[in-house]
Write a protein that binds this ligand. Structure first.
Ligand SMILES: NC(=O)c1ccc[n+]([C@@H]2O[C@H](COP(=O)([O-])OP(=O)(O)OC[C@H]3O[C@@H](n4cnc5c(N)ncnc54)[C@H](O)[C@@H]3O)[C@@H](O)[C@H]2O)c1
Length: 297
């Protein structure tokens, strides 16, 4: 995620330093960015000239206005990293975490009050240079100025930032996404349909509308009376399990962990898995080309 996030700010003309304790990662990071840009049919030079790498964390952040952490999803590691960054970065620098699920408040537990005011969540989506959304998450400590400045920087860099006013688990997007996955996996486990049917249903029905009609627009379109009637009938039957489905545990125990293993909820040949990645990237590039029905509004 880190090099893709850096790519977005470098494309917007900012000077970006990528840092990582693993030099091998840094050695290929700029080539990965160049390859992303070539895939879009553009010349990487204009972007790459704004980027550099530095293995030394203190040196990398010492003149930063914004530091975005995209290290492994481990609380201890992130807490330690932010303590180091807060000590090394300028005292005005905004400190942002790209955590997917860890509450931002917990990540800031080792910081003093001044640094906590500058800590914010910026939850990007993969691949970060193509997916427009960034959820900007505030804690009870985050200052209004830091929250709004982060939002403004992301908007100016061409992203679609959204304000998340409370530090809730999973923020907005992952709460919505995993509520759907919980129901989908339960339908398979209960024998209502197979995994392929779930994907066919979503891709050939409400999934087609979503780029132009978000769920709240859709609720207003069908009308709130109908929405209320539907919820009265369905909600008693929808899943509200507090734990992951036992089906996931069974598949994992059999080594069926997903695309990389050739089998997960569905079966995958290597060629099919590669084709999905290429098709997805090409689709996202098409979706993000400016057009009158851009999904950002
Ligand atoms: N991959 C996704 O789809 C996705 C999407 C949204 C958010 N995120 C979040 O972004 C973060 C990074 O995810 P990723 O998929 O890019 O992980 P990754 O494992 O690909 O990259 C993490 C990088 O952090 C480096 N690292 C390890 N220890 C470090 C340390 N002490 N200091 C600094 N860097 C260190 C690693 O060398 C590695 O290059 C995680 O918090 C993840 O939850 C990931």
């Amino acid at each position: 995620m880190g090099h893709g996030i850096g790519q977005v700010f470098a494309r917007a003309g900012h000077s970006v330093v990528l840092t990582d304790p693993n030099e091998a990662v840094l050695n290929v990071a700029l080539e990965k960015v160049a390859s992303n840009i070539r895939f879009e049919g553009s010349d990487p030079e204009r972007v790459i000239c704004n980027m550099s790498t530095c293995v030394d964390l203190q040196r990398a952040v010492r003149s930063a206005d914004l530091v975005i952490e995209a290290a492994p999803e481990k609380l201890e590691l992130k807490q330690h990293l932010f303590a180091q960054v807060a000590a090394a970065a300028p005292t005005h620098a905004v400190l942002a975490s790209n955590t997917s699920v860890i509450p931002i408040t917990r990540i800031g537990e080792r910081l003093d009050e001044q640094a906590r005011r500058r800590l914010v969540g910026t939850h990007w989506w993969n691949p970060p240079h193509l997916i427009p959304l960034v959820e900007v998450v505030r804690t009870v400590h985050t200052s209004e100025e830091v929250f709004e400045q982060t939002f403004a920087w992301l908007q100016a860099a061409g992203k679609c930032p959204v304000r998340v006013q409370q530090d809730v688990t999973g923020f907005i997007g992952n709460r919505l996404q995993h509520a759907l996955w919980r129901e989908a996996i339960a339908l398979i486990a209960d024998g209502v349909c197979d995994a392929e049917s779930i994907d066919l249903v979503v891709k050939n029905s409400f999934g087609m509308r979503m780029p132009v009609l978000g769920p709240m627009e859709n609720a207003d379109l069908v009308g709130l009376e109908l929405t209320q009637d539907v919820h009265r009938v369905m909600f008693p039957d929808l899943k509200c399990d507090k734990n992951p489905s036992p089906l996931l545990g069974q598949l994992i125990a059999q080594g069926h962990t997903g695309m990389k293993a050739g089998q997960g909820l569905r079966s995958w040949s290597l060629a099919q898995a590669q084709e999905v990645h290429t098709r997805l990237a090409a689709h996202l590039i098409r979706m993000t080309q400016p057009s009158p029905d851009s999904p950002k509004s």
